[in-house]
Design a protein around this ligand. Structure first.
Ligand code: SF4
Ligand code: SF4
Length: 396
């Protein structure tokens, strides 16, 4: 395992992100598999676990705490976050913090973050009525937080402004950072900003919610010609290994295969070669045209018609790379009120999307494209008709 030094402690460069824990058929977290994954991670040198109040419909902290309970407290580093980015009537950091300690069954957090400081939430973190930053600085003085930082999906001006005002209190910063966002979300400039301020980068969405775990066939073939046995995701992780100011790479692992693969990738430092780098950057250029949803699900709760927005956007991306029929087939399995045309365009989703996706527009465009694709039933009918014609012509 690669370790990176942070103020004298050695953190595994691979951290277990717990936003996408494995689930059972009924949608509940698969706690048995999660326990197996936590134990496997610990056995293989992973010592950092990242959770948050809203992850897994508010259950991640409880499950992660329970799974870590069997391990000595000093053998792992636990991080969670204050949900100031969630829209609420009032914010009570003390109440949330006490609940988090209880849910996680710990007496202190090694790392604590202000969750998603961005254009719409920075006012909450600034608001003297809630006193959020002061409260957590105080908890750090009391030893209930060892290190204080923040995560962010903000654009560069907001990020810069926040660092200008609070940078002296923030020991680390968690950003979405990967080879697609190097240019798409000003990753390069954000990296340089943190480096200038002497703040180490914690990486989230290193493979963009799985989007960089598979590429266009041609790009995959070029990468596999160089390293046939490596997963496509591993190239994204190895791209990160060349950055000295990255301390932590959080991967939201959902199964043992992903975990074992990631642990292999972080076994030793092995940054991309120039040839590999060229291929992934070319792939990124082509991908920029797709919808950059990371499946964080922040938009889902506020949708008045209950659309599964990330799933629909994922389907739209599939359609855009030429999988129209199979997308139509998947949609055929859903009631019409869950299709993209059910969107009433209220915009509640776009207002909270950290990726700043114009969701109503994308859903409208998706609906328009779908109209051009025959239904799966029609495709099947056509195929049957073609077979019948072929049989008839053979019989003549
Ligand atoms: S715009 Fe559509 S998807 Fe977004 S919240 Fe409104 S109804 Fe839901
Ligand atoms: S559309 Fe935006 S908020 Fe919704 S899941 Fe995707 S990235 Fe998250």
């Amino acid at each position: 395992m690669i370790y990176r030094d942070f103020q004298g402690i050695q953190l595994s460069m691979l951290g277990f992100g717990t936003m996408r824990l494995p689930v059972l058929e009924d949608g509940q977290i698969d706690t048995a598999l999660t326990q197996t994954m936590v134990d496997y991670a610990m056995d293989h040198g992973v010592n950092y676990f990242d959770t948050a109040w809203p992850y897994m419909q508010n259950h991640s902290e409880t499950v992660v705490g329970a799974c870590l309970k069997k391990h000595p407290r000093e053998s792992f580093y636990l991080a969670t976050k204050f949900p100031g980015h969630m829209v609420a009537e009032t914010y009570d950091p003390a109440d949330i913090f006490e609940q988090q300690l209880e849910k996680c069954q710990v007496e202190y957090f090694d790392f604590y973050l202000l969750h998603n400081v961005y254009e719409n939430s920075v006012g909450v973190y600034d608001d003297p009525r809630w006193g959020i930053v002061d409260y957590f600085v105080e908890q750090k003085k009391r030893g209930r937080i060892r290190h204080l930082g923040f995560s962010s999906h903000a654009d560069l001006p907001c990020l810069t402004d926040f660092l200008d005002r609070y940078g002296d209190k923030m020991e680390f910063c968690q950003l979405q950072f990967n080879y697609l966002d190097w240019t798409m979300q000003h990753g390069k400039e954000k990296y340089q900003l943190l480096e200038q301020r002497g703040i180490p980068l914690w990486v989230m969405e290193p493979v963009r919610g799985g989007k960089l775990a598979s590429l266009a066939r041609e790009d995959e073939q070029r990468l596999h010609a160089l390293r046939p046995d490596d997963s496509i995701a591993s190239f994204g992780f190895r791209w990160l290994q060349s950055f000295d100011n990255i301390t932590m790479v959080l991967s939201g692992m959902s199964n043992m295969e992903q975990m074992a693969d990631n642990i292999r990738t972080f076994d030793h430092l092995d940054p991309l070669s120039d040839a590999e780098q060229d291929i992934i950057m070319e792939a990124a250029e082509r991908m920029k045209n797709s919808v950059p949803c990371t499946a964080c699900r922040y938009c889902c709760d506020g949708c008045p018609v209950g659309l599964d927005i990330p799933d629909l956007l994922h389907k739209y991306n599939q359609l855009r790379i030429g999988s129209g029929s199979s997308v139509k087939m998947q949609l055929d399995a859903l009631p019409k009120e869950k299709w993209p045309e059910a969107c009433i365009g209220c915009g509640a989703c776009a207002a909270v999307c950290p990726q700043k996706i114009a969701i109503p527009d994308q859903l409208a465009a998706f609906a328009a494209e779908l109209d051009k694709v025959p239904s799966w039933a029609d495709v099947c009918k056509e195929r049957a008709e073609a077979e019948r014609r072929e049989k008839a012509s053979r019989g003549r």
